[in-house]
Design a protein. Structure first.
Length: 440
């Protein structure tokens, strides 16, 4: 009896082992071919790529996080491809994706070690783990290897924030370097379309299309409106709400998440008022708060808080924007002037990437490093349109403000400094050529 059981166990182990070995080999074809398929490592490199490439040489765990379909896995393949071109032995590179397979990190690493007889203390190995947030307790497992084997370089990706639980951040404190990958910015959009980033009529149609459809690379060649909407709905929103989020957060009412997403996409920049939302939808305030937090953690929305200098006041006021204009397109059928202004504002909020707006009687859309930036995408700009920025400069003793316009292109002197009026397209082009404000 005992012997039979032992044999059974050995058999099971062998079967599992063979299965895993094949699985690992499938994920790592370069162990045999010595190169990465160019259909995976696409030739177009994102603006942030050189910086990320540089950090591969450092000891830190490199984390790449961002919204679904923005190019995380592609960038991982690009990095692997370059490592091989830089004469790293392909067998010293392990890639594994946890997106659809629930394997244990230890199993994956130990199986790899077995296959190639790697001694992690002696050899430099590169371990890429895609969608790592799907593994329970991943942070402790990675930390164990990181601390034991200084020669392992980890690169991990996630479609939700990796630090949803505060403990994760504490566990990996001082060990991790995180980059966020966003949908394509306008400069990248022009570059992939082979358009020179020069302010003028030639870029205008691309600007309008970018504002309308946003920055998901797979949609750039889509002509049909229906195909586009179907893609954003099913591949981005539904996948996150019905598959990714429930796996991590335990969502009772995914339909309500969609409803909140739709609300924000129809009212980009809306003020979040938990109490009135709670009343309107008959949901507890905490549920609303949690759900908005889930949307933010999976990068579907961007939440801005009210700017305060040097105080740790409770920042109650918040505004929410969709994280890409494609989401606005999905939920709005009619594009009038007011909505178009919102498209411009949302694109700018996402391009600047600052977490602050300002409201204190008057209002400014974005505060970046104490510079007030207001979006006024309309015909004539009146003095009244500059009021928020002027107020902010007065209150915070600033000297420079920016109002992003449709056409107005001039400077207005005020007692405390100057306000630069700049057309939206020009502002985007300045960013594209590196002259403008930091985009991120
Ligand atoms: N650098 C790029 N150049 C051209 N197209 C790209 C690039 N990066 C991504 N894409 C396009 O976007 C698609 C999605 O990219 P990728 O699978 O890398 O994204 P992801 O962030 O890993 O998505 P998911 O979260 O769903 O795994 C690719 O199949 C490709 O068509
Ligand atoms: Mg991916």
């Amino acid at each position: 009896m005992y012997i039979v059981m032992t044999i059974k166990l050995i058999n099971m182990c062998i079967v599992m082992y063979i299965m895993k070995r094949e699985q690992l080999e499938e994920f790592n074809p370069w162990w045999i071919t010595k190169k990465v398929d160019p259909e995976l490592a696409l030739p177009f490199k994102r603006d942030i790529y050189p910086e990320i490439k540089k950090s591969i040489g450092r000891r830190f765990i490199l984390a790449l996080v961002g919204l679904r379909r923005t190019g995380k896995t592609t960038m991982v393949y690009q990095l692997i491809s370059e490592l091989i071109k830089d004469m790293i032995n392909p067998e010293n590179i392990l890639f594994f994706s946890f997106d659809d397979i629930a394997f244990d990190i230890d199993e994956v690493i130990e199986t790899y070690k077995e296959i190639h007889k790697k001694e992690f203390r002696e050899e430099k190995v590169y371990i890429f783990m895609d969608e790592i947030q799907k593994c329970r307790n991943w942070e402790n497992k990675i930390k164990k290897y990181y601390d034991l084997y200084p020669k392992i370089k980890f690169v991990i990706t996630g479609s939700e924030s990796l630090f949803i639980r505060k403990k994760t951040k504490e566990t990996l404190a001082g060990r991790i370097l995180e980059y966020k990958l966003y949908p394509f910015n306008f400069a990248e959009y022009l570059r992939i379309n082979n358009i020179k980033p020069e302010y003028g009529t030639r870029v205008k149609p691309y600007f309008l299309k970018y504002l309308e459809r946003g920055g998901f690379p797979e949609t750039f060649s889509m002509e049909s409106e229906r195909e586009f909407r179907e893609y954003i709905r099913s591949i981005v929103v539904d996948k996150i709400v019905y598959k990714d989020m429930p796996a991590i957060f335990g969502i009772d009412d995914p339909g309500f998440l969609i409803l909140l997403m739709e609300l924000i996409a129809k009212n980009p920049g809306m003020y979040i008022d938990y109490q009135s939302l709670s009343k309107q939808y008959g949901k507890d305030r905490r549920v609303i708060k949690n759900y908005l937090n889930y949307l933010e953690e999976s990068f579907l929305i961007r939440v801005l808080i009210n700017y305060r200098r040097g105080t740790t006041n409770l920042r109650k006021r918040k505004r929410a924007y969709p994280s890409d204009n494609a989401l606005i397109y999905l939920y709005n059928r009619k594009y009038d002037d007011a909505l178009f202004g919102k498209l411009v504002e949302t694109a700018i909020v996402n391009a600047v990437g600052s977490p602050f707006f300002w409201k204190n009687g008057n209002e400014v859309d974005i505060i970046l490093d104490e510079i007030p930036i207001e979006v006024k995408y309309k015909g004539a700009i009146k003095n009244e349109d500059l009021k928020g920025v002027a107020e902010f400069l007065k209150k915070f003793k600033g000297r420079k403000g920016i109002v992003i316009t449709k056409n107005a292109d001039r400077e207005v002197k005020i007692s405390r400094g100057r306000i630069k009026l700049i057309p939206a397209l020009k502002w985007f082009m300045d960013g594209a050529s590196g002259k403008g404000l930091k985009h991120g």
